[in-house]
Design a protein around this ligand. Sequence first.
Ligand code: NAD
Length: 482
Amino acid sequence: MTVDHDTLFIDGDWVAPSTSTRITALNAATEDILGTAPEAGEADVDRAVAAARTAVDGSEWSAATPAERAAAMNRFADELEQRSTELTRTVSQQNGMPIGLSEAFEGGFAIGLLRYYADLAATMTVEDIRPSQTGMETVVRRSPVGVVAAIVPWNYPVVLAMSKIAPALAAGCAVVVKPSPPATVLDSFILAEAAQAAGLPPGIINWVPGGPDVGAYLVSHPGVDKVAFTGSTAAGRSIATACAGLLRPVTLELGGKSAAILLDDVDMDAIMANLQFIAFMNNGQTCVTCARILAPARRYDEIVDALATQVSSLRVGDPLDPSVDIGPMATAAHRDRVESYIEKGKGEARLVVGGGRPKAFDKGWFVEPTVFACSSNEATIAQEEIFGPVLTVIPYDADADALRIANDSVYGLGGTVFSADTERAKHIARQVHTGTIGVNGYPLAIGSPFGGVKDSGIGREFGPEALNSYLNLKSMYIAGPA
Ligand code: NAD
């Protein structure tokens, strides 16, 4: 049974699209049609931005008390909870995400974001009084930045939409979300149904599914006040350029090539579960994946062997099967891209395991989990983001060498340091040039800022820092009675 949508969710209602173009969503594991949806055109973006503008300027939402906004956000979270099975299965079928991860992230983490920012909204200080050197009062007032264009990729379509929607709603903004079809689009209709059922005021969230052209049109739209983008570094640069010309605030969550640094005292058995998680999370289709494994030279062969044994044992298959470790790539085009990197790697490094397509499937965009032993961090497979289940194991001599290699990347997003000695690992972690870093694991936290440095982005999501980025600050200097 396919799920077919004929309308778009704009201004609190389901409306006919301005185009007759249809998006077809395919099951990444079977290549069957999952459903279809309309593609938004420029007229739909105009309508969505106008609805958001009216919603935010009309003040019902932006002038609501923080407690009222929090209540509405919690109703939205309740409605999502009721739909979480449908939502998480839809994501897994579209982009190949193993169902356990989908339940934890696209379900639990995304709903957690809404509830976290609802709590922050409820306790937000709208105005506070600052001391002034004049002896008079200054009032610092926080107001919503206005209309937010949220552009998301396909790898975590719900979490990455919600990491923008939740702080924006908490701040009192209205949002126009552009999902990333054809890989992921059906999930956005489930979010819209939940928003409508929660009774969010019309125009507060609108969805305009479409490709990069629709995204570019939205980014430069005169009615937009802020852009929040997650995606590739190349698209991020193009969006940053557009926003620079408009002097429009923008946050950019971009690509990565993070390193897992294995210090020379690691117990491979003890770290393997956490290492596997951060190296292969969502089949490697994760921005913070540790695709580079830095191994001490004197234990290099032992570590490569341990990884080879582990990776050979991973179960590849239908992501809806809870025993499966590695699902398919999200699209045929993305599978081709990952395979082209594997071919490149065969000329640069020693292929240890994987490197082909699993023979068990005649349908679906599967890639064998792959390990390369690579002597140089200069190799393409050590420098460029592959975004698939492909690890590059690189030797190093001493801790300082490991740090040098970890930091020898245009990216600066994540990473994890593994050691039997937590303090030693923390000492190294402090010196890695990234926006986030794990110590003996990578338990991503909603309350702490997430983002990158260097080519991995500008700005932060999660935590109170993200809420601040959806607020304008105004200082009112009070001179007393006139
Ligand atoms: P992508 O950049 O191709 O597309 C991302 C989104 O941007 C899509 O919705 C796309 O339609 C839109 N888009 C593309 N070009 C645009 C333009 N010029 N103007 C406006 N919109 C445009 O990325 P992708 O392949 O969908 O996603 C994978 C990338 O996302 C990887 O590089 C990954 O590292 C990155 N990512 C980063 C984070 C993070 O938090 N840092 C999280 C997840 C994914």
